[in-house]
Design a protein around this ligand. Structure first.
Ligand SMILES: [Zn+2]
Length: 432
C-alpha cells in the first residue's frame, strides 16, 4: 500500500460520523415483514442528504405486495449532480431488516459499539454498507466538487421479501434508464466483488387421493403415500443428478457450485390442530398432500430444463403407481444473473481493491438472490455488482455486527471507484 491520498485521509477523518450514522440507521427498526418504519428511515436519509446538495425523492410503491396504509412501501432516491455531463453511478441499499430471532446478547436495535464493531439487526445486512456508501460519496464530493456526471444513493424497501416494493418498482418506473453503474453494498466482504447470483425456481407439487374411513384405507387412496413415492424417486434419481451438475460461476460457499434443491415444506392430511386443542384426530385417509420445493439453478441451466427434471420424476412415479395424480405449479422464479467480468464497474472496483487493500479482488457469486435481479431483468442494466463491508455469514444471525475498519476500507474503495468513473482522466493520477 502506498501513502494515503487526501480522499482516503478525509474518509478516515469521518470515522466518528460513520459510526454515528450506522448506529442511527440501526436504531430505526425497519423490520420486514411486515415492513415497519420505511417512511421514517427515508425521512432520516433525506435529512442527512438534502442539506449536502442531494435532490431527494421519496417514492411509495403503491399496490406492491405488502403495501398498505399501515405499512406503506417507501423508498428514497437521492441524486447529486456533478459540474458537467457524465455517467451516473448509483449506490443501492435495502433499508429493511429481517426478524430479530432468539439468542441475542445485546440490544438488537441498540447499535452498541464494542471492540471496533457495531452490533444490531441490520448492521451487516446492510445498514453498514449503506452508511459506508454515504460516507464514500460525501467525501468524494467534498474532495472533488468538480466531478462529471451524477451520483445517486437509494434506500429501498422489501429486499428481504423479493424487492417488489423496492428496486423492482423503481426499475419498472424506468429509474435505471439513466444510470450507467450500480453498486449494491451488500455484505460480501471488502475484498470481494459479487458478480451476481444463482437462479431460483420455487414450485408446489400436489398429489391427490381419495378420502375414506381410516379403518378401511383400501376404500380410499392415500395422497401422502403417493407423495412418499415422489420423495423416494427424488432421492433415487433427482438429488444425485443435481449434485453432479457443476457451474463455472464462482459461487461461495463452494457447496453451492452445483445445482441444489431444498424441500421447503411438506403437508398432508389433516391440518395441525391449534396448540390448545386436546382432542384426537379423526380417522381419515388424506386426499391431498403438498410439497414446496426451492430449486436453485445455474447459468448453465434453463428454467425449462429445471422444471422438466421435476416433471420427469412425477411422470416416472405416475408410470409405476396406480391412480397417481399430481399438479406441478411454479410459485416464483428468478433467472440467474452475472455481470461480465470486463464490465466497467467490475474492473473499476477490482482496481480500487488493489489500490486500497493491496491485494487482488476475489470474484464471487451469491448462492441466493438479491436486488441485482431487478436491475438486470427489469432495468436492463448488466453493469451492476454487489460490493460492501461485512461478512455474509453474520447476516440474519443473532449478535450480527459490522466492523468499523471494514466499513472505512470499503468506503475508500467506493470513493476511489467514483474517482475512476467520474473524474477526468488527467486529474486521476493525483487523486488516486
Ligand atoms: Zn441484504
Amino acid at each position: 500500500m502506498t501513502s494515503q491520498t487526501a480522499l482516503q485521509r478525509r474518509i478516515d477523518g469521518k470515522r466518528d460520523d460513520l459510526i454515528a450514522l450506522t448506529q442511527d440507521l440501526v436504531r430505526i427498526p425497519t423490520l420486514n415483514p411486515p415492513g415497519e418504519n420505511y417512511r421514517e428511515i427515508c425521512e432520516f436519509l433525506r435529512e442527512r442528504l438534502a442539506p449536502r446538495g442531494f435532490t431527494c425523492d421519496l417514492i411509495r410503491a403503491h399496490g406492491t405486495p405488502g403495501d398498505s396504509e399501515k405499512y406503506p412501501r417507501w423508498n428514497i432516491v437521492a441524486r447529486h449532480e456533478g459540474a458537467r455531463a457524465g455517467d451516473c453511478v448509483h449506490f443501492n441499499s435495502h433499508t429493511d431488516v429481517v426478524e430479530v430471532g432468539a439468542g441475542w446478547t445485546v440490544d438488537p436495535f441498540g447499535g452498541e459499539l464494542k471492540d471496533g464493531k457495531i452490533f444490531g439487526r441490520g448492521t451487516c445486512d446492510m445498514k453498514g454498507g449503506l452508511a459506508a456508501s454515504i460516507i464514500a460519496v460525501e467525501a468524494f464530493i467534498e474532495e472533488h466538487p468538480d466531478f462529471a456526471g451524477s451520483i445517486e444513493i437509494s434506500g429501498t424497501a422489501d429486499e428481504e421479501t423479493g424487492g417488489y416494493g423496492g428496486v423492482a418498482y423503481l426499475a419498472e418506473q424506468g429509474h435505471y434508464k439513466n444510470v450507467q453503474h450500480v453498486i449494491i453494498p451488500e455484505p460480501l466482504q471488502k475484498d470481494r466483488i459479487c458478480l451476481g447470483h444463482r437462479g431460483v425456481w420455487w414450485a408446489e407439487i400436489e398429489t391427490h387421493g381419495e378420502i375414506a374411513h381410516g379403518s378401511m384405507p383400501f376404500l380410499g387412496d392415500c395422497a401422502v403415500r403417493h407423495m412418499g413415492a415422489v420423495m423416494h424417486e427424488m432421492e433415487e434419481s433427482l438429488f444425485p443428478a443435481l449434485a453432479l451438475k457443476k457451474t463455472a460461476m464462482p459461487v461461495v460457499p463452494v457447496g453451492a457450485r452445483s445445482s441444489t434443491m431444498n424441500i421447503n415444506s411438506l403437508h398432508g392430511g389433516q391440518t395441525e390442530p391449534e396448540p390448545d386443542f386436546t382432542g384426537l384426530p379423526s380417522a381419515c385417509v388424506p386426499d391431498h398432500a403438498k410439497m414446496i420445493i426451492d430449486r436453485r439453478y445455474l447459468m448453465e441451466e434453463s428454467k425449462a430444463e429445471v422444471e422438466s427434471e421435476v416433471r420427469a420424476v412425477l411422470e416416472k412415479v405416475a408410470s409405476e403407481r396406480e391412480n397417481f395424480r399430481y399438479d406441478l405449479n411454479e410459485i416464483w422464479s428468478v433467472e440467474p444473473t452475472m455481470a461480465p467480468k470486463d464490465s466497467a464497474v467490475v474492473t473499476s472496483v477490482a482496481k480500487a481493491i488493489g489500490d486500497i487493500l493491496g491485494k487482488e479482488a476475489e470474484y464471487v457469486v451469491s448462492p441466493g438472490t438479491y436486488d441485482q435481479k431487478h436491475i438486470d431483468r427489469i432495468g436492463k442494466l448488466k453493469n451492476c455488482i454487489a460490493y460492501g463491508p461485512g461478512l455474509l455469514e453474520l447476516a440474519h444471525k443473532p449478535d450480527e455486527y459490522v466492523g468499523v475498519d471494514d466499513m472505512l476500507d470499503s468506503a475508500k474503495v467506493m470513493a476511489l471507484v467514483l474517482v475512476d468513473l467520474l473524474l477526468p482522466k488527467d486529474l486521476q493520477s493525483t487523486a488516486r
